[in-house]
Design a protein around this ligand. Structure first.
Ligand code: SF4
Length: 326
């Protein structure tokens, strides 16, 4: 399922599918499918959001797009070239164009390295920068992400920084190699509420000032709506609904999207809601029917047999649910 980007595509993901082996019964191993035929496009200077709860497949999708995980099926077309087929050497170059910002800013930084060391390493590797100009470039990065005065920040260690400052260092490190797009995996979820807006504004400014594209991964529809032009709602490894952000928030169709929306603080959504239910989605390889069937109050016999087809509600709004089949 995809909602076309308005701009020319930087990245096109087609039918991306990932298998993991996990322990099963009696010491055996079984296969699960955390990402199941996921497709979307990312334009130039475009931000899309992958939204869903834990186990929805959003983070695995983001990591696979960066080829930190190898898919079993599907294509990741970056500027028209299939990254899945690239050699380790080609992937090194790809990783200069595509950077990840992790959820835990403390865990993603080396506790025994200063801010300067964190930023100098990628600058040296990517640009063969000489030591003499490194300090200027580090300062420039620190100013870009709002860590000022730069001369006071350079020699600090991660434990001397607040959560928001650490995330700014992680963002600066990603910018050091001049990427074309970022995969931001829940970049604000571990931060205090008071500093979340600052990081979102920073990401927004970076997109505007550097022409970056971004895949923003979150469980929170409100922040997705704020930062992304289009939202792809995932459940059980599958995109169940996608639309332009305003449209999705105003007119959610899939029962799971309605559930997510109702859980957003300040939501005005008053449409019919599914039961919240419980339990993780079934990710087994040979599962049948709709991925949301265990929690859906509208479940029908056919929902348990066959995967619902993707229906085009209008030209930019798609949903995978039998409720809307004619
Ligand atoms: Fe519910 Fe069936 Fe729609 Fe799935 S396809 S969300 S089970 S009504």
């Amino acid at each position: 399922m995809s909602v076309n980007s308005k701009t020319s595509d930087l990245l096109e993901v087609r039918d991306l599918t990932v298998h993991f082996s996990v322990p099963g019964r009696f010491g055996s191993m079984k296969k699960i499918v955390p990402v199941d035929h996921v497709s979307f496009r990312l334009g130039q200077k475009d931000t899309i959001a992958l939204v869903g709860e834990s186990g929805s497949g959003k983070t695995t999708t983001g990591r696979t797009v960066l080829r930190l995980i190898r898919p079993v099926y599907g294509e990741i077309l970056y500027q028209g070239h299939d990254v899945v087929k690239w050699s380790a050497r080609q992937l090194v170059r790809y990783h200069r164009s595509a950077q990840m910002i992790f959820q835990d800013p403390y865990g993603s930084l080396n506790p025994v390295h200063t801010v300067f060391q964190h930023l100098a390493l990628p600058l040296r590797n990517a640009h063969k920068t000489r030591n003499a100009s490194l300090t200027d470039l580090v300062d420039e990065l620190l100013n870009t992400v709002g860590l000022t005065p730069a001369m006071d920040m350079r020699e600090k260690y991660p434990h001397e920084l607040s959560g928001g400052q650490r995330q700014r260092v992680a963002i600066a490190r990603a910018l050091a190699v001049h990427p074309q797009f970022l995969v931001a995996d829940e970049p604000i979820s571990m931060l205090d509420v008071s500093i979340r807006a600052g990081i979102l504004h920073l990401l927004e400014d970076l997109q505007a000032n550097f022409g970056l594209s971004m895949i923003y991964i979150t469980h929170d529809l409100a922040s997705a709506r704020y930062i992304a032009g289009r939202i792809f709602v995932m459940y059980g490894g599958v995109i169940v609904e996608s639309a332009y952000s305003g449209d999705l928030i105003k007119n959610p169709y899939h029962p799971y999207t309605r559930l997510l929306l109702a859980a957003s603080p300040g939501s005005r959504f008053t449409g019919p809601l599914p039961e919240t239910g419980s339990g993780a989605p079934n990710l087994e390889e040979h599962r049948a029917g709709c991925v949301f069937q265990e929690r859906c109050p509208y479940v029908m016999p056919q929902c348990r047999i066959e995967r619902p087809p993707v229906l085009e509600i209008d030209v930019s709004h798609n949903v995978a649910c039998y409720l809307y089949s004619s």
